[in-house]
Design a protein around this ligand. Structure first.
Ligand code: NAD
Length: 492
């Protein structure tokens, strides 16, 4: 019998009133990991009720006290890093060393947010009238719905929950049904760290559960990371209902390799950025925009390196690339192989589901490189979210930047060049939320803002000081100690 997991509502682990369950399998082996509540509308409503009940007291808890709980949670995560990482690998497939990175990012974010408990500065500003004092303070939104994907099952929930908590919000957390185990682990740690009942509530389930949460009128803010299609639906609902909404959506990220680049270094960045986490990162490099003078050696090396990557269970030390997350994912990636062929691109390596050598029980896809790709092709415009990358050639920096910018998304870009003028010119003109010079598209750190332009988001950012702006609102405060009516703009 698979292990059964429960929702966490108002400080208690509890089965779903929906009486419905779903199971999650290990994508490398097909083994069932556990069964989880497929929560219905009543389960969601109960969780929101708990968050509402806890809000006032949590909001009024001094931020340094709130921070102490987060700090303890970070310590617990650090102590359990290895087991948390193994569960990440088991439920969504990324190789263990990357799973450790996922957990480390969660730890970093939690420490960082805890530090804000004694900082979280507002401003003191001059007032335009005498005997008057002006300042700004942050205030929480209220109830935050944190809806997360499966590809960073520990880091992304912490990116959302920790800044939401430190700024005084309470939360209902709805993780992806493809990564429920890590969500359960994280909430257990928050409970053990001493988080009061109702401050974070966990409801498992899929799209319907998420939709019920978004639609609960008591939810003040939705923080969503996931696909563009779902993000647009959520934004439309929030727009109609005056809810705050924070969106982190897809990417179609590029690495630009100029003719003066260190090609060997660029190859290292390209392999890691295209095939790490089996290409299932929002920051994955799914386009290589390569100067025609170095296109041949670059492509030859990329194809050779992609073909040599060892597929397997992410728990095994020899594995370079784990499975993709599900059978739907395999079907989607496979469909893009057909689309690419029909559009006239060539498959230089990979191109199909991997089989044999113990891979038959899991969802493995061969690392794939498309060549002869034109910038307008669907394979160069749409997010495939698998171990697939395109090589597109360009003739100079201007063309490379234009190709980079001519996609709907704007999360991250990288450029390899030894020419500092070209590097600065590119970073100024590339229209993405993050840019790397002489490094791949992966490597965000939690104290810098994370997020993208255009269809990748709605202008908010995760992480860094910017996260505080997502999870709180400014209150401007005027204290008039003149003892008389003073009229701004009029008494001069
Ligand atoms: P998804 O949109 O299918 O699901 C994301 C979450 O939304 C899940 O918890 C899901 O159950 C829930 N959901 C689905 N329909 C819903 C609805 N109608 N209302 C409310 N909730 C709903 O995305 P996914 O497959 O889990 O994740 C992959 C996507 O996430 C990719 O597009 C990837 O680029 C993106 N992503 C973006 C970032 C970023 O920071 N920009 C980070 C990681 C992943």
């Amino acid at each position: 019998m698979p292990k059964s997991y429960e929702n966490y509502v108002n400080g208690r682990w509890t089965g779903p009133k929906s009486d419905s369950l779903f199971q999650r399998e290990n994508p490398a082996t097909g083994e069932i990991i556990g069964s989880f509540p497929d929560s219905g509308a009543q389960d969601v409503a109960d969780a929101v009720t708990a968050a509402v009940g806890a809000f006032e007291s949590w909001r009024l808890t001094p931020a340094p006290r709130r921070a102490e709980i987060l700090f303890r949670a970070a310590e617990l995560m650090l102590a359990r890093k290895e087991e948390l990482a193994r569960d990440v690998t088991v439920e969504m497939g990324k190789v263990l060393k990357e799973a450790r990175g996922d957990v480390q990012e969660a730890i970093d974010m939690t420490y960082y947010a805890a530090g804000e408990g004694r900082r979280m500065a507002g401003q003191t500003l001059p007032a335009e009238l005498p005997n008057k004092f002006a300042m700004t303070v942050r205030q929480p939104h209220g109830i935050v719905a944190a809806i997360t994907p499966w590809n960073f099952p520990t880091a992304i929930p912490c990116w959302k929950l920790m800044p939401a908590l430190i700024t005084g919000n309470t939360a209902v957390f709805k993780p992806s049904p493809l990564s429920p185990l890590s969500a359960s682990n994280l909430v257990r740690i928050l409970e053990e760290a001493g988080l009061p009942p109702g401050v974070v509530n966990l409801v498992f389930g899929g799209d319907q559960t998420g939709a019920a949460l978004v639609e609960d009128p008591r939810v003040s803010m939705v923080s969503f990371t996931g696909s563009l299609e779902v993000g647009r639906e959520i934004a439309a609902h929030c727009g109609r209902n005056s809810k705050r909404v924070h969106l982190e959506l897809g990417g179609k990220n590029a690495i630009i390799v100029l003719d003066d680049a260190d090609v060997d270094l660029a190859i290292e960045g390209a392999v890691w950025s295209a095939f790490g986490t089996s290409g299932q990162r929002c920051t994955a490099a799914s386009r290589m925009i390569v100067h025609e003078a170095v296109a041949e050696p670059f492509t030859d090396q990329l194809v050779a390196r992609a073909g040599a990557l060892r597929l397997g269970d992410g728990l095994e030390i020899a594995t370079d690339v784990g499975p993709v997350v599900s059978s739907d994912s395999i079907a989607k990636i496979q469909s893009y192989m057909e689309i690419g062929r029909e559009e006239g691109a060539a498959i230089a390596c990979g191109g199909s589901r991997a089989a044999g050598n113990g891979l038959d029980c899991g969802y493995f896809f061969q690392p794939t490189v498309f060549t002869d790709v034109k910038p307008a092709m669907r394979i160069a415009q749409e997010e495939i979210f698998g171990p697939v990358t395109d090589v597109i050639t360009c003739s100079d920096l201007d063309q490379a930047v234009a190709i980079n910018n001519d996609v709907p998304y704007g999360l991250v870009a990288a450029i390899y060049t030894r020419d500092i003028s070209k590097a600065f010119s590119a970073l100024e003109r590339i229209h993405t939320g993050m840019v790397y010079i002489n490094a791949g598209t992966i490597g965000a750190e939690v104290h810098l803002p994370f997020g993208g332009t255009r269809a990748t988001g709605n202008g908010h950012r995760e992480a860094g000081q910017a996260a505080l702006d997502s999870y709180s609102e400014w209150k401007s405060v005027y204290v008039d100690y003149s003892g008389r009516l003073q009229k701004a703009q009029i008494d001069r």
